[in-house]
Ligand binder design. Structure first.
Ligand code: GAL
Length: 692
């Protein structure tokens, strides 16, 4: 099942400038997202707000950016009032000059469409464009994201400014891409949104009888006579079908919203300019896999709010973002030190800003951009980390950033055209996450934490995990783990079953296969439509207020928060672990089972197991699938990431710990940049290695 690295590289190829002809001919996204000839393979830069500063200062800024090693600036994503100071009157003269100055300094430019921050003239004249919260309160002007995502009028204004920008800069040789809006997210409950919701439901279900059937509205007399009766709600005591469909609705509206701007940009832009939108970590507001179908490339904003990075958890974020399009992505924002939006805005320790940059690259980022260059004189974010202080000179972290820039430039030729490689995929299902959050049953059953409980041991051991949608093509993976595939559709069932029958190993975690995509119970016991393939079913599930012992071939440990008893049905089902729960419901019952299916295998783990048991589980699963780490025997503080291209392999090593560790490199490996000396990686050290 191992996909050939060459095929992977071709499928995921990114930078055309260095591409061999066969890849360059690949149509579609590759061509679109490709940077222009002679562009650096890795972008390194910053969000720059020239509109906030006197023009006389710009050259100084750009010179300092060059000193930081930057080759990219992101501009204009909050500059609507500067670009369209009055309705229909556009002024791009300042932006023309800012782009020209940036270009002269050798910068690539990413332009943000400014729709996250509507100008006062717009919201004053058209208050219907302002968002309304779930309690019916209309937003006031003065912050950002205070528009209604469903407002047709707002979309027109947003599309118009995006189109004007694209007409002007769509062929600009220094403009490499477009960022639509900025961290889209909050929905709205204004009358237009309510109407759109009802239209959405009508389209989804066809008629009200079908909606009633799928939501099982006989319950509590919820029966609807027509779509106009259905309230738009996201929280509260509502039908779980309604609440899950609210998420489907927000996904559809935000996708339309982004598509509307993408369409006008593409109408004017050089196809080599990418279109993206920057997203936030673990944002549950919409299905990111679905939304990313309308953009060319994923990008995201990586912040460590408390300044205490957990490298594995942060790596999972990157892998999720990579999974949106199963391709490399851009890190559009990250903190030069600290944020300003949590109760204690601790700065990262020395060298951790550099670690974060390299971690992103290791997981597939082809760009690292900081937020922000210099704090504005005033505004809501004057306390946020920046590269310059209030006097316009570098802050202490500047030198670390500059060193990172030099190293990125050294490693760029090796990293060009390479992508992260993994034999393990983990399925992340937004529907499942939402459905569990709607009815957690145990307050501590946090689907993201539960996902991480399995991601952590797998990532540490396999040194590469891809996170993909439950309907992704799984053909290239030897092991597929779905920590909690609560919502399971028939189409997904077919794909997963085909994967197992084709020789793959599918591992399902607790709560899998319980609901359909209307958040209704499957009529079969869990894992619902996969129960036949498993040859076993969940007899009962239990929320735990105290851990329960689990024993079996994984060793002895405990299940907490959640435990399901599994009843084997087919004769060839093997019990891997049982609960010990004297006097309790779980005693002696199966906690994990597995079944061979042809050349493949399906495993079900019914409890939320403790970390050390999961470490053994991960080792067994990886051994069973013959998945070897890139570098064996490295200390768990060392992050190892492999990026491969058609004829090259690069390993990025990061010591996230506070102690030095020795690393044994394979024969023929040569360091390209970083701190590896005498086989030792110092505390917080980084090294990029070329493998031959
Ligand atoms: C991001 C946002 C930026 C800035 C930053 C501060 O979420 O996109 O505009 O506000 O946070 O951390």
């Amino acid at each position: 099942m191992r996909r050939s690295l060459t095929a992977l590289a071709i499928a995921l190829g990114l930078v055309a400038a260095a591409m061999p002809p066969a890849q360059a001919q690949t149509p579609g996204w590759h061509a679109r997202a490709t940077q222009f000839a002679n562009r650096p393979a890795l972008a390194f830069g910053v969000a720059w707000y020239p509109e906030q500063w006197p023009e006389a200062r710009w050259q100084t800024d750009l010179q300092l950016m060059q000193r930081a090693g930057f080759n990219t600036v992101r501009l204009a994503e909050f500059a609507w009032s500067a670009m369209e100071p009055e309705e229909g009157r556009f002024d791009f003269s300042w932006l023309d000059r800012a782009i020209a100055a940036a270009a002269q300094s050798g910068m690539m430019v990413v332009l943000g469409t400014p729709s996250a921050a509507p100008p006062a003239w717009l919201t004053q004249k058209y208050p219907d464009t302002l968002r309304v919260d779930e309690d019916g309160k209309r937003a006031a002007h003065g912050g950002r994201r205070h528009f209604s995502f469903a407002s047709a009028r707002y979309r027109q204004f947003a599309a118009r400014i995006a189109a004007e920008m694209a007409k002007r800069y769509g062929k600009h040789p220094s403009v490499v891409g477009w960022q639509i809006d900025n961290e889209i997210g909050p929905p709205s409950w204004d009358p237009e949104s309510v109407a759109a919701w009802r239209g959405f439901l009508e389209k989804r279900y066809g008629n009200i009888a079908e909606l009633n059937r799928r939501w099982a509205t006989q319950y509590w007399s919820q029966h609807y006579n027509n779509f106009d009766q259905i309230p738009l709600r996201a929280t509260g005591q509502h039908n779980p079908g309604l609440l899950l469909d609210f998420k489907h609705f927000t996904t559809a509206i935000w996708t339309d919203y982004v598509r509307a701007q993408a369409t006008v940009i593409r109408a004017h832009a050089d196809p080599r300019q990418f279109v993206t939108t920057n997203t936030m970590f673990w944002n549950a507001g919409f299905d990111h896999f679905a939304l990313h179908r309308v953009v060319d490339m994923a990008s995201w904003d990586n912040y460590i709010p408390n300044g205490r990075p957990d490298w594995v958890a942060n790596g999972a974020n990157h892998d999720l973002v990579r999974g949106y399009k199963q391709r490399n992505f851009w890190l559009m924002e990250t903190q030069p030190g600290r944020v300003d939006w949590v109760p204690v805005n601790r700065a990262l320790d020395p060298e951790q800003v550099r670690e974060m940059a390299w971690q992103a690259v290791g997981h597939g980022a082809d760009a690292v951009l900081y937020w922000q260059w210099r704090p504005a004189r005033n505004g809501q974010e004057t306390y946020h980390g920046a590269l310059l202080g209030s006097d316009g000179t570098p802050v202490p972290v500047f030198d670390e950033v500059a060193r990172t820039g030099k190293e990125l430039a050294q490693a760029a030729p090796l990293l060009a055209d390479t992508q992260p490689v993994a034999d393990v995929a983990m399925l992340f299902s937004y529907d499942s996450r939402w459905a569990i959050d709607i009815q957690r049953h145990h307050k501590d059953f946090d689907p993201v934490q539960q996902f991480l409980s399995l991601y952590r041991p797998l990532r540490i051991r396999a040194q590469g995990v891809h996170v993909v949608a439950p309907d992704a093509d799984l053909g290239g993976y030897r092991l597929v783990v779905a920590p909690s595939l609560h919502v399971l559709t028939e189409a997904q069932t077919d794909r997963l079953a085909a994967y197992v029958r084709g020789g793959g190993h599918l591992v399902l975690g607790p709560r899998s296969g319980m609901k359909d995509d209307a958040n209704a119970l499957w009529p079969e016991r869990q894992p619902g439509p996969l129960a036949d393939l498993l040859g076993a079913e969940v007899e009962q599930y239990y929320a735990l207020d105290a851990p329960v012992e689990v024993q079996g071939s994984y060793g002895t440990g405990r299940a907490s928060i959640w435990a399901e008893t599994i009843r084997p049905v087919a004769k060839d089902v093997e019990v891997l672990a049982r609960y010990t729960d004297p006097g309790g419901w779980l005693d002696g019952k199966a906690a994990a089972v597995t079944r061979r299916v042809g050349e493949g295998r399906i495993t079900y783990i019914g409890g939320w197991l403790d970390d050390s048991l999961l470490a053994t589980v991960a080792t067994r699963l990886l051994d069973g699938a013959d998945i070897r780490p890139v570098l064996p025997d490295v200390h768990p503080d060392i992050e190892v990431s492999l990026r491969s291209g058609a004829s090259k392999r690069a390993v990025i090593l990061i010591n996230h710990g506070a102690e030095p560790h020795s690393i044994a490199l394979p024969a023929g490996a040569s360091p390209v940049t970083g701190d590896l000396t005498g086989g030792t990686l110092p505390a917080h050290g980084v090294a990029v290695i070329e493998l031959r």
